[in-house]
Write a protein that binds this ligand. Structure first.
Ligand SMILES: NC(=O)C1=CN([C@@H]2O[C@H](COP(=O)(O)OP(=O)(O)OC[C@H]3O[C@@H](n4cnc5c(N)ncnc54)[C@H](O)[C@@H]3O)[C@@H](O)[C@H]2O)C=CC1
Ligand SMILES: O=C(O)[C@@H]1CCC=N1
Length: 270
């Protein structure tokens, strides 16, 4: 069985470890590195997974999953370069960083797969998009696909689409959390106690998501079915249109895509 080491066990690194364990992977086949010792001890206590240094992880693992912030990639690549075993698959979860950066900074012909996951991985509901680097074969892609399909859905995309994907599904959960937060505030405005407002909105979100996921109807049809002539919903929709919410979403996702491009450019030909 493949041994996987997560390099950088922060929010998404932990989501992956916990998702893989829930998906049935043995703790003994998972490793992680973490530069903060207290964080490392906390994760070992929580999941029974061993934390170690980068050189030992590179020796023992078949797959190294890089999950540090894009801004922290340089020192990690410097550390990894001299200790990487030939043929080890490097999987990057880093927003914006192209596979070419890893290929340039790691030993010749290192297979690299770029992934954009998202945090619903902790509940086995991730959306992950994967792209092969220059030296990654179809078998490498299939291995990453198999691994990530235990924690959610996986789509193969050309690497040229990864910045846009980052704006859509990578950051996507944050937009929904933001909407839920704002709608709960609206409940407070309307005099509903916070706990009840939370229940009403969260269950509405779960119900709507299930209809989108399990039914075969377009979101427009589903929204129209709620919008009665001269009813309540159309009054709310008019306000959303008046305040440019659709245009705001288009601009927001464009800004997220642009930031992903910028994060990659910061490491061009260093
Ligand atoms: N948080 C999210 O929703 C998503 C994050 N990502 C990507 O995942 C990566 C990690 O993001 P987060 O988990 O949110 O960040 P985070 O800051 O929570 O985690 C990064 C972890 O890496 C550790 N670290 C940094 N340098 C290290 C090194 N040289 N060796 C060992 N550990 C080191 C840090 O101590 C920290 O715990 C980023 O590149 C981000 O773009 C991708 C998709 C979604
Ligand atoms: O905000 C970020 O940069 C990361 C990448 C996608 C989601 N979170």
């Amino acid at each position: 069985m493949t041994t996987i080491a997560v390099l950088g066990a922060g929010k998404i690194g932990e989501a992956l470890l916990s998702g893989l364990l829930q998906g049935g992977r043995e703790a003994g086949r998972l490793l992680f590195t973490e530069k903060h010792p207290e964080r490392s001890a906390e994760l070992t206590a929580r999941y029974g997974v061993e934390g170690l240094d980068v050189a030992s992880a590179a020796q023992r693992a078949d797959v190294l999953v890089v999950a540090v912030k894009p801004q922290d990639i340089e020192p990690l690549l410097d550390e990894l370069n001299p200790v990487l075993k030939p043929g080890t698959l490097v999987v990057s979860l880093c927003a914006g960083l192209p596979t070419s950066l890893f290929e340039r900074r790691l030993p010749d012909s290192t297979p690299v797969v770029r992934v954009m996951p998202n945090t619903p991985m902790v509940v086995g509901q991730a959306m992950s998009a994967i792209s092969a680097g220059r030296y990654a074969t179809d078998e490498h892609l299939a291995l990453v696909e198999e691994l990530l399909s235990t924690v959610g859905q996986v789509a193969r995309v050309p690497e040229s689409q990864q910045d846009a994907v980052t704006a859509l599904s990578g950051s996507g959960p944050a937009y929904f959390f933001y909407l839920v937060e704002a709608m709960i505030d609206a409940g407070i405005l309307l005099g509903i106690p916070r706990e009840l407002a939370g229940r009403l909105i969260i269950q509405s979100a779960v119900g709507a998501a299930t209809m989108l996921n399990e039914g075969d109807q377009h979101p427009v049809i589903l929204r129209e079915a709620v919008t009665s002539p001269a009813g309540t919903t159309i009054m709310a929709i008019r306000e959303l249109e008046k305040h440019g919410v659709r245009a705001a979403l288009l601009a927001a996702l464009e800004a997220a895509r642009d930031r992903s491009v910028e994060l990659g450019r910061a490491h061009e030909e260093d």
